[in-house]
Design a protein around this ligand. Sequence first.
Ligand SMILES: [Zn+2]
Length: 288
Amino acid sequence: MLHGYIPPHRFLSYLSWVDIDALPDRKNTVIVLPCGAIEQHGPHLPCSVDSVIASGVVGRALDKLPSSVPAFAMPTITYGKSEEHLHFPGTMTLTGTTLLSTVVEIGESVYRAGFRKLVFANGHGGQPQVLEMAARELRLRHGDFVVVPVGVTRLPNASSKQISEQEKRLSMHAGHSETALMLALAPETVRMDRVAASFPPPFPIKLLSPDGRPACAWTARDFGPSGVIGDPTSATVEQGREILETLSDSWVQVLAELHALEWVVRDEPTWERGHQTGFIQTHVPAAA
Ligand SMILES: [Zn+2]
């Protein structure tokens, strides 16, 4: 069925319009839009990695979320802006403007349905800028809309204690953490017999890049023919499960606190388009 990794009772699109219209407190119900990509992830991983991880982590968090916290996931956006990987077959990319329009229009639909809290859970490192722009645009259009763009694996999790210093500094794509998470979420798609490490040479201008990450614009092919930028060789399913559990615990906390987040509209004249009002932010601690 369409929900994939999302628990069916937390999948917004399984509700009818009548059900959605009858939801209590839509204003504080948290809607999550997993944002993925279809792009090469080296010889050992499928092209769907970022879509699987975005929906898999969100789904696990919604599995564990207390029923007292109203939250739903939308169907995952499985295509993203993947132009830095277009030199490999299997990469299916939108342009940045297409993704921006898509996400803003979905956000508008979420707002129109009466929801006021929306999270973009992004699984692809090549598009946070687009999602940040979309979030800002939605905020400009609607003064009472809380839109949060966040990398789905950026919340605290066990991966930092599993990986080497070199991985920490230079791994960007199809490395240890993505491979371990895929072993936990979709093991049948992972080819550990094909894993090999590949790192870019450290960027030589220290003031631009203290940790050696490339400071100039790049495409994945610039760093070698495999498409891997990292070291997936030591990833295990146990590590992937540990990342998934710790990461989804962090997401449970974030969703609960977003639900409890209270925005007080400050009614004052402004020069924004649409005469939007300003905000004072207060935070109501989540009930234990
Ligand atoms: Zn990826």
